[in-house]
Design a protein around this ligand. Structure first.
Ligand SMILES: Nc1ncnc2c1ncn2[C@@H]1O[C@H](COP(=O)(O)OP(=O)(O)OP(=O)(O)O)[C@@H](O)[C@H]1O
Length: 251
């Protein structure tokens, strides 16, 4: 049974048809990347999956259960977790305190410290555990957020442009993190522009264009697809800045 399925999903904002009949299937245990030019509808699809938007029509199944009308917290309870681009960490608290806040109500006090230690090690943040989160590097902040998102051991992790603004080294380290999570059984759906990252982690890639599924396949199939290359034409690297991801994938 697939981990996640969207069936004929539509979302309209007034006259704008932003999600157009999207059928997306994520098999359990896969890393799936969602790519597409700016405005293709990637973030909207994410918000539909998480329940921050309700679809105009269509359905969403999570582990076979119809969750279309469930609220975000009910989806999270069922094992979904998300890391958005917008920072969600408490800058004035230490790295460890941030994780404590995310985890304290979900773990027995007897094992909490040990669980946090394990997570800090996974995130390469052990030596930074007493630093204020606001003083971390950009990449480390993103890793702390990933840590908060995985702290409750979700079945499905949604990542919205996890490597935005990162150096190539940080991007690669993030990819390794995702691969280790996946090796432990976590299913991952990531919106991502960085094709090096997509190539590093993705078993399946879906290309969205104008709200529709434009192409789907392995990274090799997607990169070789001339129609996919064509929809990125005109969206050159001129859009890129260090902190603003471009619409076009950069190889
Ligand atoms: N709440 C909203 N109300 C009206 N229009 C919206 C809303 N949210 C998104 N849109 C529109 O839907 C379209 C798709 O937006 P979306 O953010 O989903 O695209 P995206 O693929 O994530 O783009 P990007 O790569 O730039 O983040 C855009 O034209 C956007 O302006």
């Amino acid at each position: 049974m697939p981990m996640l399925q969207t069936l004929g999903l539509n979302k309209r904002f007034g006259g704008l048809h932003v999600t157009n009949n999207v059928d997306l299937t994520l098999e359990a245990g896969e890393v799936h990347c969602l790519i597409g030019p700016n405005g293709a509808g990637k973030s909207t699809l994410f918000r539909l999956i998480l329940g921050e938007h309700l679809p105009s029509s269509g359905a969403i199944l999570f582990g076979g259960e119809d969750i279309t009308s469930l609220k975000p917290f009910q989806r999270i309870r069922r094992g979904m977790s998300v890391k958005f681009q917008v920072p969600g960490i408490f800058k004035a608290l230490s790295v460890r305190q941030n994780l404590e806040i995310a985890m304290q109500h979900h773990y027995d006090p007897a094992v909490l410290a040990e669980e946090i230690d394990k997570l800090l090690e996974f995130l390469n943040l052990t030596e930074d555990s007493t630093r204020l989160a606001g003083n971390l590097s950009h990449g480390q902040k993103q890793w702390l957020e990933i840590g908060m998102a995985i702290s409750l051991k979700p079945r499905l992790l949604l990542l919205d442009e996890p490597t935005a603004g990162m150096s190539p080294e940080e991007t690669h380290a993030t990819g390794e993190m995702v691969k280790r999570l996946n090796a432990q059984g976590m299913t991952v759906l990531a919106v991502e522009h960085d094709m090096a990252f997509v190539r590093q982690v993705a078993q399946q890639v879906t290309v969205l264009h104008l709200g529709r599924v434009f192409a789907q396949g392995t990274i090799d199939e997607i990169v070789a697809n001339e129609d996919v290359a064509a929809i990125y034409l005109g969206q050159t690297t001129a859009h890129e800045t260090a902190h603003e991801p471009a619409g076009a994938p950069h190889a």
